[in-house]
Design a protein around this ligand. Structure first.
Ligand code: UD1
Length: 418
């Protein structure tokens, strides 16, 4: 298994490129199942989860290619079954359910299990599809769905603005008979990117980016060309990298507008950010960081996917700050690893209290999930001495070429295989 070895303490300097957004690319790849005709996607990040999605598309009857950052999919013979072997490695596989139900009126998709960051059920996905006329039973580890004729447009009010649930329902509603209204829909930029992609294929979606999305069903969707939006979480991670090392980075292709809640907190901590044409400049304003309180919330609130990285930065902030995790019940697994590096973080349920310390010291640590791994990389970049991070396959699921990108701006980071 690969490990990352980081010699910390070097202020990062230079330009760093943001890749296409993983969390936009995954649903958009599943939406290719809806198209009659080939889809050509650009700015697709080269990540393990993208390979898994393409494998799933193959199993579901698509011909695919993936060269550089361009991927194509042509759904020539859609099949209804998504096997457990693939779904278990990537929860987002469940996003094939809406498209398959919409096109075939039946589906058999493995039920994604729990994951390291929490139970993450899919009840809201299923309830929404049931409102559209689907019937489900969950047996032998599979969600088995059926519906008589086409799905029917419906009024669906979500109990919680689930990102994946909103995406599954948008895809299903695009090919349903009649109009669907989604109330309390997720407003994440990746939901907007999916809706824009579906509209490029011929769907009629309005209201994306607000809590009420309306979808007028159409009878077919066609292939198209589409460029995936840049990854706001990757960009936010590199903002923290500049601040935590006391360096200065130019972040290229940074979706600055989508990062309001993050940049607000970073500025409050004493990070200087400036948007320029095509890039964002980031550095520590005056050498000192002050701690802040943060609560993770659905967009436009502070993203849970940036919580672990902000915590790494808060380890160096003056005073104490409180982080409250409101989206996932078990998303603090980076805490004990940060403590191994010398951080002072105390946990109580879904709340972490972070007291800034003068320095972190490198140590061997273990990555437990994607964003936890990113926080350990950030902490390692700022710690004195050597940090070795094990189980970095988590990192490869979400950060394209992270060690090349970071070494390009001066980090001493290398990957070793055992
Ligand atoms: C997506 C993102 C993930 C991000 C999360 C929240 C992708 C591939 N993943 O995950 O990186 O951290 O949004 O911004 O885009 N829930 C239910 N029932 C459901 C669905 C969700 O109870 O049917 C709960 C989940 O357990 C969780 C919360 O709602 O506690 C948020 O989940 P959701 O917004 O659906 O996140 P994902 O789409 O899984």
């Amino acid at each position: 298994m690969d490990k990352l070895i980081i010699e910390g303490g070097i202020p990062l300097q230079g330009s760093i490129q943001v890749s296409g957004a993983k969390n936009a690319a995954l649903p958009i790849l599943m939406a290719c199942l809806l198209a009659e005709g080939p889809v050509h996607l650009s700015n697709v990040p080269r990540l393990a989860d993208i390979d898994t999605s393409l494998k799933l598309l193959n199993i579901l009857g698509c011909e695919t290619t993936f060269e550089g950052n361009e991927a194509t999919s042509d759904c020539v013979d859609l099949k209804p079954e998504a096997p457990y072997d693939l779904v278990k490695t990537m929860r987002a596989s469940v996003l094939c359910l809406g498209p398959i139900m919409a096109r075939l009126g039946e589906a058999k998709v493995a039920l994604p299990g729990g994951c390291a960051i929490g139970a993450r059920p899919v009840d809201l996905h299923l309830r929404g599809l049931e409102r559209m006329g689907a019937k489900f039973e969950v047996t032998e580890g599979y969600i088995k769905g059926k519906c008589k004729g086409r799905l029917k447009g419906a009024h669906i009010s979500l109990d919680f603005p689930t990102v994946g649930g909103t995406q599954n329902l948008l895809m299903a509603a695009s090919l349903a008979d009649g109009t669907t209204t989604l109330d309390n829909a997720a407003r994440e930029p990746e939901v907007v990117d999916l809706a824009n992609f579906l509209n490029t294929m011929g769907a009629k979606i309005t209201g994306q980016g607000t809590s009420v999305i309306t979808v007028e069903g159409v009878t077919s969707l066609k292939g198209c060309e589409y460029r995936i939006m840049p990854d706001r979480i990757e960009a936010g991670t590199y903002m923290v990298a500049a601040a935590i090392t006391g360096g200065e980075l130019e972040i290229l292709d940074c979706p600055f507008q989508e990062l309001d809640a993050v940049t607000y907190k970073l500025r409050e901590m004493g990070v200087w950010l400036q948007e320029e044409e095509g890039y964002v400049l980031v550095r520590r304003a005056n050498g000192l960081l002050a701690n802040v309180d943060v609560t993770t919330l659905p967009h436009p609130g502070f993203p849970t996917d940036m919580q672990a990285q902000l915590m790494a930065l808060m380890c160096f902030g003056k005073g104490a700050g409180i982080i409250e995790e409101k989206i996932f019940e078990n998303r603090f697994m980076h805490v004990l690893e940060l403590v191994r590096l010398g951080a002072d973080v105390r946990l109580k349920g879904r709340t972490a209290m972070v007291h800034g310390v003068n320095k972190l010291m490198g140590a061997p640590v273990m990555a437990s999930d994607l964003r936890a791994s990113a926080s350990l990389v950030l902490a390692g970049l700022a710690a004195e001495g050597t940090t070795t991070i094990e189980r970095i396959y988590h990192l490869d699921r979400g950060y394209e070429n992270i060690e090349e990108k970071l070494s390009g701006v001066g980090a001493r980071i290398k990957r070793v295989s055992e």
